[in-house]
Design a protein. Structure first.
Ligand SMILES: [Zn+2]
Length: 492
């Protein structure tokens, strides 16, 4: 009898020590292209945090957790693939292996996409480090890990190497899909989920509308049910990225009526999802939420000009033509049109075969290209890694961004950093995120869960800090090449 009561006492004691038991489910909510001011300026239009038994969307999360309205990336090129990889790995590109979405690989002599895989079609194998769920599973902890997004790269980068499943939307086949990399995934329920899609046939533009968000929420709810997430004795991960926000944002710009309406509709969909989880879990005790964005976006050029801000929409084809013309005249050549081998997201890869054939000195050629681009007037800076020196006078912010992002095999010989509010016209987009300026690098960051304070923080927080903070909550060592810090100020 005494023995039994001692056990009871020990169990009670452990219960007190472990007041914030590990969450049953960790849900990452990433909104693609979520500028920091999207939440701060629209909060009056969102559903109330609580209304009767129902909970709201963004306001519920902003008011019930640790909220950094202006968290930051610190990279040279703000983009989807590196953004999602930074969230999951806690490392900058130099340590996780992905600087831009597509790059010209010097070693393979071809353009590569961040999640392409010669064996499986798509995989996370270009990530050169581990993610938060990789580390948790690698610490011998029970966990199921799923990741979803309309965009393959978003789901794959969040899910990491050991995800049980990652699902994305195939707009040609018009349904959710995966790759054989995720060999244990049970696709039977995924097929059933696809049969429920209305319309059943591709319909142009739907992914850019609230329909894309609604179907992402539907799939998230199906994954929770079908895979019984949070219902076993481990801690499961569900990573969700809402790609629609970015697809629409490129088309309309952040200050458009369309985007103002979309965010209100997205709030309702978030509320729908949170209320579904509330019906299945003791939300405040068992579920941990992380909300953030993978990058921001500048205003459109028209909008900036209306506000008397100098801005230029850079037609890249015309721009390159202008550079080639000046190179031709500098080297007294009539019609060379192949000075660059590839142009990827303002990274220019020099055609060194041509430069060598013409017996032009390498260094002087790079200096020539740099001065030509500088003289065009559109560049704030022109970065030439071979000529880069840590000692030269340069903006400390730009220096940090360069050093955080440098990957020799992926970077151009010459990289154009446009002036603020200016950007290139990538694939007919009305507005584009390619820089490390505030509007591209600032996103909200929210943690909601039993171990987190309910407070707004204006102190510095980087997106690389998410991984080590969640690792600390779970009691595991973060990824080997982690760059972030534990955001200890948010922890109770
Ligand atoms: Zn984008």
């Amino acid at each position: 009898m005494r023995q039994i009561s001692r056990y009871v006492a020990i169990i009670l004691f452990l219960g007190i020590l472990n007041a914030h038991a590990a969450p049953k489910l960790i849900v990452y909510l990433v909104y693609d292209q979520l500028r920091a001011d999207t939440l701060t300026l629209n909060k009056a239009k969102f559903l109330q945090a609580k209304s009767g038994t129902q909970i709201g969307g963004f306001n519920y999360l902003m008011q019930n957790g640790s909220y950094y309205p202006f968290a930051e990336y610190e990279v040279l090129s703000s983009m989807t693939c590196p953004g999602h990889a930074i969230i999951s790995t806690g490392s900058w590109p130099i340590h996780m292996g992905i600087a831009i979405n597509d790059w010209y690989s010097r070693s393979k002599k071809k353009v590569e996409y961040c999640v392409e895989d010669s064996e499986f079609g798509f995989s996370p194998r270009k990530l050169t480090t581990t993610t938060i769920s990789d580390e948790f599973k690698g610490s011998d902890q029970k966990s199921k890990v799923f990741a979803i997004a309309l965009k393959d790269r978003s789901a794959i980068m969040l899910g990491g190497h050991k995800a049980d499943g990652a699902f994305w939307f195939d707009d040609k086949k018009w349904g959710w899909t995966t790759s054989n990399y995720y060999d244990k995934v049970n696709s039977a329920w995924l097929g059933a989920q696809n049969k429920k899609l209305v319309p059943a046939q591709p319909e142009a533009g739907l992914l850019k509308k609230i329909w894309g968000i609604q179907r992402t929420v539907d799939l998230a709810e199906a994954v929770v049910d079908q895979e019984k997430l949070g219902k076993t004795d481990g801690t499961d991960f569900l990573f969700i990225s809402f790609s629609t926000h970015d697809m629409a944002g490129h088309m309309y710009g952040p200050n458009s009526e369309e985007m103002k309406k979309l965010i209100v509709d997205e709030d309702k969909e978030l509320s729908r999802f949170l209320n579904t989880l509330k019906g299945k879990f003791n939300l405040e005790k068992d579920v941990l939420f992380v909300l953030t964005g993978d990058h921001g976006i500048p205003p459109t050029v028209d909008y900036s000009k209306k506000n008397k801000v100098g801005a230029e929409f850079l037609n890249e084809i015309q721009f390159i033509g202008r550079i080639y013309k000046e190179l031709n005249s500098a080297y007294d050549i009539s019609d060379k049109k192949d000075w660059f081998k590839a142009i990827q997201s303002m990274h220019y890869i020099v055609n060194w075969d041509l430069v060598n054939k013409l017996k032009i000195d390498r260094r002087s050629f790079l200096e020539k290209v740099r001065s030509i681009i500088k003289n065009t007037g559109v560049a704030e800076d022109v970065i030439v890694p071979e000529l880069y020196s840590k000692d030269i006078l340069m903006s400390p912010r730009l220096k940090r961004q360069i050093e955080n992002s440098f990957i020799a095999d992926q970077w151009g010989d010459v990289i154009l950093m446009p002036k603020p509010y200016s950007f290139p016209d990538g694939e007919g987009k009305k507005v584009n995120h390619v820089s490390g300026y505030s509007y591209d690098k600032m996103v909200p960051l929210i943690f909601v869960g039993a171990g987190f304070k309910k407070q707004t923080f204006y102190s510095k927080a980087y997106i690389v800090d998410i991984h080590p903070t969640i690792a600390a909550v779970l009691g595991v060592i973060p990824s080997p090449k982690v760059d972030g810090r534990i955001l200890h100020e948010v922890l109770k």
